[in-house]
Write a protein that binds this ligand. Structure first.
Ligand code: B1M
Length: 229
């Protein structure tokens, strides 16, 4: 089991998507993250363990190597693709429990930011917790959040950002949403986001990870459920 998790970590770090992909050359013909994740699930490893022991550490390593200029954007992109292929296998495990809709969650990565792996994880886990997801994608201009909030009254809005430079964009988005509807609940997250930032820009909740985001959403509706609303 331990070997399989290590192999998957290495495979994502190297950017090997599936057995058919020819990149990277030294792993040609071998299984990619798509097959290895399936094998890990088939052998009884939990999706959470696969995320914690292989996929997230792989992204950490990729980020570190990028900072140290050992790799460049194309390699980082291939690792992201390998991570995405692994997430395709994990998705049914996170989302299959959703029988009822507790509410609607609009989520997107803010303008200028193309990172979507964290956002997709949050979507999967919140969806698995029984929420309907409206995923606006990446590089989302504030006006698109405003359009979505008109279309889904009462929906909670989630903003993701991975770049320190797009924190400004998140701040503008929060301001525009609050200007349109001061009561609209906004949840913010992503690596450079902090509780201080959340407080400063006037968002309602900061979550460092998907599970906290789901807990917050669920505790928000609990009083309504217990009041029979
Ligand atoms: Co980018 N990148 N990248 N990148 N990239 C980082 C973020 C970076 C830290 C790498 C580094 O230098 N060490 C760095 C940012 C530095 C900074 O701003 N401080 C960086 C940079 C510089 C860049 C470019 C500028 C590089 C360039 O072009 N020169 C460029 C920017 C493009 C753009 O967005 N405009 C760029 C591009 C890319 C790729 C496209 C190649 C690719 C993204 C592909 C994709 O997402 N489809 C990529 C990748 C893969 C990374 C790293 C390696 C991995 C990111 C990731 O997916 N992590 C990243 C380094 C790192 O994170 N260690 C890096 C795994 C993911 C599960 O974690 O997204 O943090 P994360 O999400 C977490 C939490 O943050 C939280 O939950 C998730 C699960 O725990 N969370 C939320 C996230 N959103 C949330 C929302 C919530 C709640 C919680 O509520 C709404």
């Amino acid at each position: 089991m331990e070997d399989l998790l290590k192999k998957l970590l290495h495979t994502v770090e190297m950017g090997k998507v599936s057995s058919k992909s020819s990149y990277p050359v030294h792993l040609k013909g071998q299984d990619g993250s798509y097959e290895l994740t399936k094998r890990a699930l088939d052998s009884g490893l939990s999706p959470q363990m696969i995320l914690n022991k292989s996929l997230m550490p792989a992204m950490e390593r990729v980020g570190k190597k990028f900072s140290e200029r050992q790799i460049f954007v194309p390699q980082m992109l291939m690792s992201a693709k390998a991570m995405g292929a692994a997430m395709v296998q994990l998705k049914p495990f996170f989302t299959s429990g959703a029988l009822s809709t507790r509410g609607t969650f609009i989520i997107g990565t803010v303008k200028g930011d193309l990172h979507d792996i964290g956002k997709n994880l949050v979507s999967m886990i919140v969806e698995g917790g029984g929420w309907s997801i409206v995923d606006l994608g990446v590089d989302v201009r504030p006006v698109r959040f405003l359009e979505a909030m008109e279309k889904y009254p009462g929906a909670v809005i989630g903003l993701s950002a991975l770049l320190t430079t797009t924190l400004d964009s998140m701040e503008v988005t929060v301001a525009e949403i609050k200007e349109r509807d001061g009561k609209r609940i906004i949840l913010v997250g992503g690596a450079p986001v902090t509780q201080d930032f959340c407080n400063r820009v006037g968002a309602d909740f900061y979550s460092p990870d998907p599970q906290n985001a789901l807990n917050y959403l669920n505790q928000m509706i609990t009083p309504q459920i217990s009041a029979g609303i």
